[in-house]
Design a protein around this ligand. Structure first.
Ligand code: CP3
Length: 355
C-alpha cells in the first residue's frame, strides 16, 4: 500500500509536522449537497445507497470534487453493525433510524452473536476497496464504527431517544445484561474495523455519540472500557503503514484525559471544549480533531472564516491538529460556506508557518 499523495491527515493524527492543518468534516457527504440528494434518489433510499458499493463510492467522492478536503470518509452508517447482528435496520421517513427487532428480552440478548464482517457486511468492505481504488492515493480514506455503548443505545431503545430510558434502566437494574450486549458488540466492532483496515481504510474513527449521556462513573465502566478494549485489538499497522485511530465522544470534554489514555492516536472534540485548553490537558499524548460549532456555518462567510481562525489560533502552532466540526454538518448548511471554511483552514495554518 503506497502512501497517499496528500498524507497530511495521517501525519497530523500521528503528531508529525505538516505544511497546513488538514481538514475534513463529519458527515461531509450528505444532504447539504444537491449531488448527494440526486444520487440518493437514484439509489432509492439511504440504506440502498449504503449497500451499493458503486453508489457509496460516488457519494464518498462528491465532497472531494467540490472542496479541497484532506481526507475521504467511507460512506456508510454506524448502524450497519447491529443490522448485521440481526436487528433489522430501517429508516422511517422523518424519524431517523429504527430497528425492527430491538433488544427487549433477556433471551434476545443472550442470543446475540458476532457477525462475520466479510459476509454480512461484505458490501461495506467492497465499498472500502472500491473507494480506495477511486481515490488513487490522492487523500487517505477514513473507516469508522460506532462505539459499543452508542450502538447499544440504538439496539436497546430501538431508535433515537430523548431520555435513553430503556438503556439506563438496564444499566441500573441489570448491568450484567448491558455488559453482555457491550461485550458482544465490542467484539463485532473490533472485527468490523479490522476488516475495514484490511480492505483499505488508512485511519479509523470510533463515534461515541451517546457516551456523554452517562454519569461520571458509568461512562468509564459502560463506554470507555469497551472502546479501550477495541483499541487494544485493532491492527496498528497494515501493509507497512501506521493506521491511526480517533475516538470522538460527544459531551466527553470532562473525561478528556481518560480518553487520551485509552490507546487512541487522536481525540475528537465537540464544540463545547476550548481547543487550547484541551491541548494543555492532554499534552503530547494524542492529536486533537475538531471542533468548530457546525452552526457557525450558517453565518456570513467572513464570520465562518473568523470562527475557523479562532479554532486554529486556540490550538496554536505545532503539530497534532486535524480541523473538523464539533459534530456532523447540518443538512441545511449552505454549501458555499464549506469552501470558505476549508480554504480558510488551509490558508491561515499555512500562513502561520510550519504546523
Ligand atoms: O461522515 C460521513 O460523511 C460518513 C457517513 C456517516 C453517516 N452516518 C451517513 C449518514 C457517518 C460517519 C455516520 C455515523 C453515524 N450514524 C452516527 C455517529 C456520528 C454522529 O452523527 O453522531 C450516528 C449516531 C448515526 C445514526 C444515524 N444515521 C442517524 C441518527 C441518522 C439520521 C440523522 C439525520 O440527520 O436524519 C442517520 C442517517 C444518516 N447517516 C444520513 C447520512 C448521510 C442521512 C440519511 C439520509 O440521506 O436521509
Amino acid at each position: 500500500m503506497s502512501r497517499p499523495r496528500n498524507d497530511t491527515l495521517l501525519r497530523a493524527l500521528l503528531r508529525q509536522p505538516t505544511e497546513h492543518t488538514p481538514v475534513w468534516l463529519m458527515r461531509q457527504a450528505g444532504r447539504y449537497l444537491p449531488e448527494y440528494n440526486e444520487t440518493r434518489r437514484r439509489a432509492g433510499s439511504f440504506l440502498d445507497l449504503c449497500r451499493n458499493p458503486q453508489l457509496a463510492t460516488e457519494v464518498t467522492l462528491q465532497p472531494l470534487a467540490r472542496y479541497d478536503l484532506d481526507a475521504a470518509i467511507l460512506f456508510s452508517d454506524i448502524l450497519t453493525v447491529p443490522d448485521a447482528m440481526g436487528l433489522g435496520l430501517y429508516f422511517a421517513e422523518g424519524e431517523g433510524p429504527k430497528f425492527e427487532r430491538p433488544l427487549r428480552e433477556e433471551w434476545e440478548i443472550r442470543d446475540l452473536a458476532v457477525p462475520d464482517p466479510y459476509t454480512s457486511l461484505r458490501y461495506v468492505m467492497d465499498a472500502v476497496s472500491q473507494i480506495r481504488r477511486a481515490l488513487d492515493n490522492s487523500v487517505p480514506l477514513i473507516g469508522f464504527s460506532g462505539s459499543p455503548f452508542t450502538l447499544a443505545c440504538y439496539m436497546i431503545e430501538g431508535g433515537a431517544s430523548d431520555d435513553f430510558r430503556r438503556v439506563k434502566t438496564m444499566l441500573y437494574e441489570r448491568p450484567d445484561l448491558l455488559h453482555h450486549v457491550l461485550e458482544v458488540t465490542a467484539r463485532a466492532v473490533t472485527g468490523y474495523l479490522n476488516a475495514q483496515i484490511e480492505s483499505g481504510a488508512q485511519a479509523v474513527m470510533i463515534f461515541d455519540t451517546w457516551g456523554g449521556i452517562l454519569s461520571h462513573g458509568a461512562y468509564r465502566e459502560f463506554s470507555l472500557a469497551y472502546v479501550e478494549r477495541i483499541l487494544g485489538e485493532l491492527k496498528r499497522e497494515y501493509d507497512g503503514q501506521r493506521v491511526p485511530s480517533v475516538v470522538f465522544t460527544k459531551g466527553g470534554g470532562l473525561w478528556l484525559e481518560a480518553i487520551a489514555a485509552a490507546g487512541c492516536d487522536a481525540v475528537g472534540l465537540d464544540w463545547t471544549v476550548d481547543m487550547g485548553e484541551a491541548r494543555a490537558r492532554v499534552g503530547s499524548r494524542v492529536a486533537l480533531q475538531g471542533n468548530l460549532d457546525p452552526m457557525a456555518l450558517f453565518a456570513r462567510p467572513e464570520i465562518v472564516a473568523r470562527e475557523a481562525r479562532k479554532v486554529l489560533d486556540s490550538y496554536g502552532p505545532g503539530p497534532g491538529h486535524v480541523f473538523n466540526l464539533g459534530h456532523g454538518i447540518s443538512q441545511f448548511t449552505p454549501p458555499e460556506n464549506v469552501s470558505v471554511l476549508v480554504n480558510t483552514v488551509h490558508e491561515h495554518s499555512r500562513r502561520r508557518g510550519e504546523k
